[in-house]
Ligand binder design. Structure first.
Ligand SMILES: Nc1nc(=O)c2c([nH]1)NC[C@@H]1CN(c3ccc(C(=O)N[C@@H](CCC(=O)O)C(=O)O)cc3)C=[N+]21
Length: 296
């Protein structure tokens, strides 16, 4: 029987470390770490994320600042807000929810965030540093995925990993981080040939495409570790909304371990976000650039 990896429990353990860091920063006379979240329009996934995140800040003693802007907000006005948040000394992390409305250039907005406050790890400076292995702030979901894998298997060198999905926010950074862990990584996507066959060769499968139950039981080899990043909403027979992942969870009994949806990667994303914010506040207090000391 496959182990179900408890993302909420792993997230709680990280939260304890984050909370201890908050307490010692404040005890040393530094400002309380602060996270600003900017939401433009009302993407439902982003709404859920913002409310979870605000509660998590309260729980761990971070200051949180929410900026909910109408969908019609101009790019220029958004850039003014970001410049303001970059300049504020009580804000150590700035997160702009994606996707942004179509009239706003997402790359331009993400590049406007001070890399030292880019707790999402989406700024090209952080992407570059992570890629080069020279520090940088790690993207939350990707870092959470690696932590969940390491909760099952601490030493990943030599493992064959298949990452399905090449997004900038999940697939590509997961592939980068697993490469640094010593895995041999295949990055699959919509144009990949013979996906089930490639999947069957993998010791580690990370599914991040947003296609409900794409990964079937006969795609996964005995003893594999399976991480499900997908979150889709489906309606079951009685009309109730339900969350489904990219993995057919019930077909994974022969795996070594598998993450559930909900309760897997989602809670880790938030725990890493707060950890990144407190690391950024710590770097600010010490006069150094965030992510340069993580050594991971
Ligand atoms: N700049 C930016 N960074 C993000 O990291 C980002 C974003 N924009 N836009 C939206 C997506 C979505 N996202 C989620 C994170 C956690 C849960 C989460 O905690 N999920 C719970 C269940 C949530 C529920 O009950 O609906 C779970 O999987 O257990 C969900 C979704 C982060 N995103």
């Amino acid at each position: 029987m496959a182990e179900t990896i408890d993302g909420r429990a792993v997230a709680r353990a990280l939260d304890e470390r984050t909370r201890a860091m908050v307490d010692s920063l404040v005890a040393e006379g530094n400002a309380r770490p602060g996270l600003a979240v900017v939401l433009v329009g009302n993407d439902p996934a982003s709404e859920v994320y913002v409310s979870h995140k605000t509660k998590a800040c309260e729980r761990l003693g971070l200051a949180s600042f929410e900026h909910r802007l109408p969908a019609e907000t101009s790019e220029a006005d958004l850039l003014v807000l970001i410049a303001d948040l970059n300049a504020r000394v009580d804000v150590h992390g700035v997160l702009v929810q994606v996707p942004l409305p179509d009239h706003i250039d997402e790359a331009r907005v993400l590049e406007a965030i001070d890399p030292a406050k880019d707790v999402d790890g989406f700024h090209p400076v952080n992407v570059g540093r992570i890629s080069a292995g020279t520090g940088g702030i790690r993207p939350c979901t990707a870092a959470g995925v690696v932590m969940l894998i390491k909760a099952v298997e601490p030493e990943l060198a030599g493992f064959d990993a298949l990452v399905i999905g090449r997004s900038n926010i999940v697939g590509k950074p997961v592939a980068t981080l697993l490469t640094q862990e010593g895995c041999t990584v295949t990055l699959a996507h919509s144009q990949t040939r013979d996906l089930p066959e490639k999947c069957r060769r993998a010791d580690i499968v990370v599914a991040a495409v947003g296609r409900p139950e794409l990964v079937r039981g006969d795609w996964v080899r005995d003893g594999a570790i399976v991480i499900d990043v997908g979150i889709s909403r489906s309606e079951n027979a009685d009309g109730k909304g339900q969350l489904v992942g990219d993995v057919a969870f019930a077909e994974m009994q022969h795996a070594r371990a598998v993450t559930p949806v909900p309760g897997g990667v989602g809670p880790m994303t938030i725990a890493v976000l707060l950890h990144n914010t407190v690391e950024a506040a710590k770097a600010f207090a010490g006069g150094k650039s965030a992510g340069m000391e993580q050594g991971q």
